[in-house]
Design a protein around this ligand. Structure first.
Ligand code: FAD
Length: 254
C-alpha cells in the first residue's frame, strides 16, 4: 500500500500508510486536520464554512485500528469506529465477570443513544474525544472511569482523561503536533476495592448526598454566556441526575 495524496485548489488530502509517516506529516503540518469518520469535520466545512487546507486520513494505520485486551482494560486504536467498539465491549460484557465490566456497560448504554448506525459505522472513538464537544455522549463515561489516552508525536505519552484533560470549550491538553493513538477503557473493580480515596470511610447515605449536591452546585456555577445557554436548567438537571444515580447505587447496595 502506498501513501495517497490528492491536491485540489483549496485542500490537500493525504492518506499515509504507517504511523511513522503520519507522525512526520503531523509535525510538518501541525494545523492539519486528522479526519476519520468526517462526521464533525464535514459538518464544520459544510455548515460552518470552515476551511482546512491540509487533511490527513489515518484510517490505514494498523496501530490506530488495533484492539488489545490488557491487564487493566481494553485498548482501542483511536480510529476504531464506534460500531466496532460497541461489538468488542458487548463481547467483553458477555464473557468477563460482571464486576469487571461496569464501565463497559455504561459506555454501551451511552452508545445506544449515540446517533444512528450510519454515523456509528464511520465515526471514530478518537474523533469523539478530540472534538471535545461538551455534549459528547462518551466523554463523561471515559472521564468518570479515568480512561487512559496514548498520544504520539516524536515521542509517546499517556495521559488520564481526568478533570484536567479538557481545558475549555472544544479544547484539550493535546498539542497541535500530537496524535491520539489509542484509548484504554479500564475494567471496573470489585466494590470492596473500588472505594475512591475521596469517599473512603464514607457511607452512601444522605449526608454524602448533601455534600455531593453542594459540591456539584459549586462546580456548575456556569456563566450565563456558556455555550448552549439554559444554565439554570443545566444546573438543576445535574443535581437531579446525581440524585437518580444516588438512588440507583442505594438500590444496588441494598
Ligand atoms: P472527525 O470528524 O473525523 O474528526 C473530529 C475531530 O477529531 C477533528 O478535529 C479531528 O481532527 C480530530 N481527530 C480525529 N481523530 C483524531 C486523532 N486520532 N488524533 C487527533 N485528533 C483527531 N456525537 C455524540 O457524542 N453523540 C451523538 O449522538 C452524536 N450524533 C451525531 C449525529 C450526526 C448526524 C452527526 C453528523 C454527528 C453526531 N455526533 C454525535 C458527533 C460525531 O459523530 C462524533 O463526535 C464522532 O465520534 C466524531 O468522530 P469522527 O471520526 O467522525 O470525527
Amino acid at each position: 500500500q502506498k501513501q495517497l495524496c490528492f491536491k485540489g485548489e483549496r485542500v490537500m488530502w493525504i492518506q499515509p500508510t504507517t504511523l511513522q509517516e503520519l507522525v512526520a506529516l503531523k509535525s510538518q503540518y501541525p494545523n492539519a486536520k486528522l479526519v476519520v469518520g468526517n462526521t464533525e469535520v464535514g459538518v464544520e466545512i459544510r455548515l460552518k464554512n470552515m476551511l482546512y487546507p491540509v487533511i490527513i486520513a489515518p484510517t490505514w494505520i494498523a496501530e490506530m485500528n488495533a484492539v488489545q485486551h490488557t491487564e487493566t482494560g481494553v485498548t482501542f486504536g483511536a480510529a476504531c469506529t464506534l460500531s466496532s467498539v460497541e461489538e468488542v465491549l458487548r463481547k467483553a460484557v458477555a464473557e468477563l465477570p460482571s464486576y469487571k465490566t461496569e464501565v463497559f456497560k455504561a459506555a454501551l448504554e451511552q452508545l445506544r443513544w449515540f446517533a444512528g448506525p450510519q454515523i456509528r459505522n464511520v465515526a471514530a472513538l478518537g474523533g469523539n474525544i478530540m472534538t471535545a464537544s461538551p455534549i459528547s455522549d462518551l466523554n463523561p463515561v471515559l472521564m468518570a472511569s479515568g480512561s487512559k489516552l496514548t498520544l504520539v508525536s516524536n515521542g509517546k505519552r499517556t495521559v488520564t482523561m481526568d478533570e484536567n484533560f479538557f481545558t475549555g470549550y472544544r479544547k484539550t491538553i493535546v498539542k497541535p503536533e500530537e496524535i491520539l493513538l489509542s484509548v484504554e477503557i479500564p475494567y471496573s473493580r470489585e466494590v470492596k476495592e473500588a472505594v475512591s480515596p475521596v469517599f473512603s470511610c464514607r457511607d452512601w447515605n444522605e449526608k454524602l448526598l448533601q455534600d455531593a449536591c453542594r459540591l456539584l452546585a459549586g462546580e456548575m456555577d456556569l456563566s450565563p454566556s456558556a455555550p448552549g445557554g439554559m444554565v439554570d436548567f443545566r444546573r438543576t438537571l445535574t443535581l437531579s441526575f446525581f440524585f437518580k444515580f444516588y438512588l440507583t447505587v442505594l438500590l444496588k447496595l441494598s
